[in-house]
Write a protein that binds this ligand. Structure first.
Ligand code: MF3
Ligand code: CO
Length: 236
């Protein structure tokens, strides 16, 4: 998982230099697939429940699970979320970032920064001794404190030899609930947040989740190892 996480995080970093006005979301998919393979690893989203691409790429009001396409061209002012799972010897790491395409509005910038801040406020509780929903509650407080919405229909999750393992990790809820965190747990913690309503619809392609009100969405995720001290981030 550590080795998969390093490749996953490095690819997401490199995408920061590649994402520009004028490229298609398929070019992101091509770069990801090529780089994962060059590292002797696998992009596990391909074929997962029939998902057709190597990576999820979601633009503006698309929250998650956008399917790369040659026809989707990024334009100045867009925001684009990329969510990638890399697998090495059967073990996985999962991470996501939202990128600015050229110059974006201050509100869009604020949304992207809040998703990241919420993740870090959440993992302040990702330590042995806390309970799972302490993370959820911290994320919700940050997001709603900035005036944004927390997606309910998608959640973080345990991860290991399967992409989605127990427990589910909502980005909202009362503190002090759920399992006690223990050393060695590996969790994908992933605030998905919205400018307006947190409600989503799924498009005709049966994958792309969009906000019902057309407001922007942002996503920030890392695979985290619980220890008795600070959490370790495998995908940063
Ligand atoms: N990587 C996503 C997550 O954060 C799941 C993607 S679903 C897939 O859990 F079908 F695209 F793989
Ligand atoms: Co995930």
């Amino acid at each position: 998982m550590r080795r998969a996480g390093k490749v996953c995080g490095d690819i997401l970093k490199e995408l920061g230099n590649i994402i520009k006005p004028g490229i298609s979301t398929m070019e992101i998919d091509r770069f990801v697939e090529k780089t994962v393979k060059a590292n002797g690893m696998k992009a596990s989203e391909k074929g997962y429940c029939g998902y057709p691409a190597s990576v999820c790429v979601s633009i503006n009001e698309e929250v998650v699970h956008g399917i790369p396409s040659k026809k989707r061209i990024l334009r100045e002012g867009d925001i684009v979320s990329v969510d990638l799972v890399v697998e090495y010897k059967g073990y996985m790491a999962d991470a996501a970032r939202t990128y600015a395409v050229g110059e974006i509005s201050p509100e869009a910038r604020h949304l992207i920064e809040t998703a990241e801040k919420a993740f870090f406020d959440g993992i302040a509780f990702a330590k042995e001794g806390y309970r799972l929903s302490d993370i959820s509650n911290a994320i919700q407080k940050t997001v709603e404190g900035e005036g944004f919405g927390v997606i309910r229909d998608f959640v973080g999750h345990g991860i290991g030899s399967d992409m989605h393992e127990d427990p589910q990790i909502p980005n909202y809820g009362k503190p002090g609930k759920g399992p006690r965190l223990q050393k060695g747990m590996t969790l994908a913690i992933e605030p998905m947040i919205t400018q307006g309503s947190y409600e989503v619809d799924v498009l005709q392609d049966n994958w792309t989740a969009v906000t019902i009100d057309g407001g922007l969405a942002a996503h920030y995720e890392n695979t985290v190892v619980i220890t008795d001290g600070e959490p370790q981030l495998l995908t940063l």
